[in-house]
Write a protein that binds this ligand. Structure first.
Ligand SMILES: [Zn+2]
Length: 111
């Protein structure tokens, strides 16, 4: 059994969005997200520009946008102002916060 080293926390918006997918897609997203708890860095992409500080996980045409709170902290206060990683100060370093899930075409407009 693998030890989960990170704690996943979904925002209410994220929960709302993931529930809009059909069951099989929902399960596929769930199983991909579970892998983030072991290592949120590998196979994920740091975002740039106005999304700096957040990361993207690719699941086919779907993207999951998240942040790792230890990375939030490394990147500093500049990021936090616009990172939408609310309550970041109260989270442990090992928190992975899930913000958004949606199709690639629309996901970045919705952040
Ligand atoms: Zn954070």
């Amino acid at each position: 059994m693998q030890v989960q080293s990170y704690v996943l926390k979904a925002t209410s918006k994220f929960q709302d969005l993931i529930n809009r997918f059909d069951n099989s897609t929902h399960r596929e997203i769930d199983s991909s997200i579970m892998k983030l708890a072991n290592d949120p860095y590998s196979n994920t992409k740091p975002l740039k520009g106005r999304y700096y500080g957040r990361r993207s996980l690719r699941i086919g045409k779907i993207r999951v946008i998240f942040a790792i709170c230890e990375e939030c902290r490394k990147l500093g206060a500049l990021l936090r102002k616009d990172s939408k990683c609310v309550d970041c100060d109260e989270e442990s370093d090992k928190t992975v916060k899930l913000f958004y899930v949606g199709f690639r075409e629309t996901v970045y407009d919705s952040l």
